[in-house]
Design a protein around this ligand. Structure first.
Ligand SMILES: [Zn+2]
Length: 184
C-alpha cells in the first residue's frame, strides 16, 4: 500500500528528529516509508481503543449491521468491540516472537512499568525501551497495512466507511432546507 504525506502528517510527532514532523522518511533514493513516530502513533491509537473496548461494560456493547464488501452478501451483523479486541490480540500474537510477546504482555496487558518489566525480564532499561519501540512500530505498521481490512483507521474499522465509499457520497448542496413551523 501507498503511504501519503497527507495521511502521515497528522500522525507524526512534531519534534521527531527523523522526519521533522512530516511522517515520511527516505528509505531509498526515490522511495519513502512511514516514520516510526507515525507507526507508533497508529499503535497507540489502536491500543487506546483496545483498552476502551475491554474496559467497557458488557451491556454497552452493541450489535451492528456492517458493510463487509463480500460478493454475495455485503452486509452482516457483528459485535465490533469484541471483534476488534479479538483481531488486535490475534495480530499481536501472530506478529511478535515469544520474547517480544513477553514484553508486550507485561507492559501493555498487565500494566507493569519499565522498572518492573526490566526486573522481571532481566533486561536493562535501554534494551527494554529499544525493544518496546520496535514492537510498537511493527504492530502499528501491521494494523494499518493488513489486508483486506486494517485495524486502522479506526473509523473505517468501526463504521465501515472506506475511502471509496466516502468518495462516492456526493457533497451536500447548500444548507439543509428548514422545516416549516409545526402547528401548535
Ligand atoms: Zn518521525
Amino acid at each position: 500500500m501507498e503511504w501519503t504525506r497527507s495521511e502521515t502528517l497528522g500522525l507524526a510527532l512534531v519534534q521527531c528528529t527523523t522526519c521533522h514532523g512530516l511522517g515520511l522518511r527516505m528509505v531509498k533514493r526515490d522511495k519513502e516509508a512511514p516514520c516510526n513516530c507515525v507507526l507508533r502513533s497508529i499503535f497507540r491509537a489502536c491500543f487506546r481503543r483496545f483498552r476502551k473496548c475491554v474496559e467497557k461494560e458488557k451491556h454497552l456493547s452493541q450489535c451492528t449491521f456492517n458493510f463487509t464488501g463480500g460478493r454475495e452478501r455485503s452486509m452482516s451483523w457483528g459485535r465490533k468491540d469484541e471483534e476488534f479486541v479479538a483481531d488486535f490480540l490475534l495480530m499481536v500474537r501472530r506478529l511478535l516472537s515469544d520474547d517480544e510477546y513477553r514484553i508486550f504482555r507485561f507492559h501493555h496487558l498487565l500494566g507493569a512499568d519499565w522498572r518492573l518489566c526490566t526486573m522481571r525480564l532481566k533486561m536493562d532499561r535501554g534494551d527494554f525501551f529499544h525493544s518496546l519501540y520496535k514492537i510498537e512500530a511493527r504492530l502499528g505498521k501491521a494494523f494499518r497495512e493488513v489486508e483486506p481490512y486494517g485495524l486502522f483507521p479506526l473509523d473505517e474499522y468501526f463504521n465501515g466507511t472506506t475511502r471509496e465509499v466516502v468518495a462516492s457520497v456526493p457533497p451536500r448542496q447548500g444548507p439543509a432546507p428548514l422545516r416549516p413551523p409545526m402547528a401548535a
